[in-house]
Design a protein around this ligand. Structure first.
Ligand SMILES: C[C@@](CO)(OP(=O)(O)O)[C@H](O)COP(=O)(O)OP(=O)(O)OC[C@H]1O[C@@H](n2ccc(N)nc2=O)[C@H](O)[C@@H]1O
Ligand SMILES: Nc1ncnc2c1ncn2[C@@H]1O[C@H](COP(=O)(O)OP(=O)(O)O)[C@@H](O)[C@H]1O
Length: 297
């Protein structure tokens, strides 16, 4: 019997354990190098098949923009596949947005992976990646489903296995436009050297070592520009530095996070009572991989 619904599909967020700007493309987009890791802060989506071809979204939590990334992903897959089927998408939004946590991009990836199954398309992952790339720079990472060293503007993915880690995340109630950060005068002086791999026999091990080094140095080349635009981002990071001894921004912000250890318990608790009203926070753990990683070949 064919499927009529898929419930409780997770769309986990990501953090950038480091983010370097290493160049600029001819079209003005900045070339990045970053380690993207999946975390256990996730939205939940439910997909209900429609036979009339219509695409609708129902917000179970906070209201999303009318034409959000879920609907854009569904529309793109419907057009590319030529299916006459539609879907009702219900979304329980838990991940803060305007955060640099890729929540919207993850929702889009979960819609692509879910509809691939619900609509009986059974496309290989490579075809879903090509659609994801057009929806947003972070979407291919979530469709790929593996923690990854990411290059280009997000389309070059090298999967890496990353040890389980606690990460304390704080999101102040501000959203800074990614464009505003990249056009900041501070960005002209904030640039890192690209990672150079020695030509050694075990390139995976070599990459792991280099990524470890970048993470322990903890750089995000967008952080200074974001902090110049928002005192709250700086305040959030200082708050984490006091509590955990370290703190840095993810993506283009405004969320910041601290390494809270690799043991059975985090090295310290998030003293959430000290945060101003309206700030979100969560003690997160990295995921080994996306829960839907097996959903496309
Ligand atoms: C920098 C990252 C890292 O993950 O930030 P987060 O989205 O996670 O915060 C992403 O690649 C963000 O990608 P995405 O969110 O798709 O960026 P867009 O909205 O397309 O970018 C808005 C504008 O920022 C500039 N931009 C964006 C990405 C990039 N690599 N170089 C740029 O110069 C461009 O001017 C672009 O028009
Ligand atoms: N499903 C969605 N969830 C969150 N934001 C969305 C969604 N669809 C579109 N957006 C828009 O995309 C912007 C970026 O959100 P998001 O993808 O979560 O990225 P990030 O927080 O990493 O910048 C939001 O400010 C919002 O306006």
């Amino acid at each position: 019997m064919s499927l009529t619904s898929l419930t409780d599909l997770p769309a986990p967020a990501k953090l950038n354990l480091f983010l370097h700007v290493v160049g600029k493309r001819a079209d003005g987009y900045h070339l990045l190098e970053s380690l993207f890791v999946l975390i256990d802060w996730a939205d939940t989506l439910h997909l209900e098949l429609r036979t009339d071809g219509q695409l609708h979204r129902h917000d179970l939590g906070p209201a999303l923009p009318a034409d959000d990334l879920c609907l854009r992903a569904a529309r793109a897959l419907q057009a590319a596949s030529g299916t006459t089927l539609g879907v009702d998408i219900s979304i329980d939004k838990q991940v803060p947005w305007g955060a640099g946590m890729g929540g919207g991009s993850s929702d889009a990836a979960t819609v692509l992976l879910g509809l691939n199954r619900l609509w009986g398309l059974n496309w290989p992952r490579s075809r879903l990646l090509a659609i994801g790339e057009k929806l947003g720079a972070d979407v291919p990472f979530f469709v790929g489903g593996r923690n990854a060293y990411v290059q280009g503007i997000g389309e070059i993915l090298t999967p890496v296995s990353w040890p389980r880690q606690w990460l304390a995340v704080v999101k102040p109630p501000v959203a800074i436009a990614t464009k505003e950060i990249f056009s900041s005068p501070l960005m002209t002086t904030r640039k890192s050297d690209a990672i150079v791999m020695d030509s050694v026999a075990d390139t995976a091990l070599e990459l792991q070592k280099l990524l470890n080094k970048q993470c322990s140095e903890g750089g995000n080349d967008l952080q200074a520009a974001a902090e110049a635009l928002s005192a709250e981002v700086q305040q959030a990071r200082h708050w984490l530095v006091q509590a955990f001894g370290n703190g840095r921004m993810t993506g283009s912000g405004s969320a910041v996070f601290a390494d809270a250890g690799t043991g059975d318990q985090p090295v310290a608790a998030l003293p959430e009572g000290n945060l101003p009203a309206g700030w979100a926070s969560k003690m997160c753990r990295t995921l080994d991989h996306h829960p839907l990683v097996g959903w496309a070949s």
